[in-house]
Design a protein around this ligand. Structure first.
Ligand code: HEM
Length: 177
């Protein structure tokens, strides 16, 4: 009787250890495998390096996104009386070449895997007597094209920061102060 009480007390005090001896089920092998604790969760993620920031080229939708912006841009330029006279002879294969050069230039400048094969900006616009007013008009046409293609504000700001230094190479007629 005394031994019986002792074994009951043991079983109650150490239920896990004594579970088999006390008639309980032997723990299944799977039950013994360590499981991920809440503290462990995400530990691997914390050690992984943060993803590389996306290039402006990627954020613009790569070649496809840039091509769509250039298509909208040339339409806006054609409708813009402040600049369209300058492009009067830019038709057919000449227009195809101009669009191709714009895509290559924007692709390379924004970090894409492209090589701009056109002329340097100063050479390309030499003797055109481009005014600051025309520069502003082209910038507006491009802004509109970016809006039409739902390009974000941060991307627009980054793109114009890349294009701004070209102003001195393109504008030949400075506005009088
Ligand atoms: C953000 C400013 C500008 C950029 C990025 C730009 C870019 C270019 C590029 C890449 C070319 C092609 C060069 C080549 O054929 O090798 C080009 C040509 C030309 N650009 Fe610009 N340009 C800008 C502003 C202007 C402005 C303000 C005007 C005048 C209103 C203008 C008028 C022209 C004309 C007439 C051509 C020659 C097109 C042809 O080949 O028929 N550009 N530009």
């Amino acid at each position: 009787m005394k031994r019986h009480f002792l074994s009951i007390a043991l079983c109650l005090a150490f239920p896990v250890v004594a579970s088999f001896a006390c008639g309980g089920k032997k723990p299944h092998v799977q039950d013994q495998t360590p499981t991920e604790t809440v503290a462990d969760a995400g530990a691997e993620d914390a050690e992984a390096p943060p993803p590389a920031p996306k290039s402006l080229y990627e954020r613009l939708g790569k070649k496809e996104g840039i091509t769509a912006v250039v298509e909208s841009f040339v339409k806006n330029v054609a409708a813009d009386t402040a600049v369209n006279k300058s492009f009067a002879k830019t038709k057919g294969p000449k227009m195809d070449h101009f669009k191709q050069m714009m895509v290559e230039q924007l692709c390379e400048a924004t970090g894409g895997d492209c090589k701009y094969t056109g002329k340097p900006m100063k050479e390309a616009h030499k003797g055109m007597k481009i005014t600051e007013k025309q520069w502003d008009a082209i910038v507006t046409d491009l802004k509109l094209a970016l809006d039409e293609n739902k390009v974000g504000e941060a991307e627009k700001t980054d793109l114009f920061a890349l294009l701004a230094p070209m102003k001195d190479e393109i504008v030949e007629v400075k506005a009088k102060k």
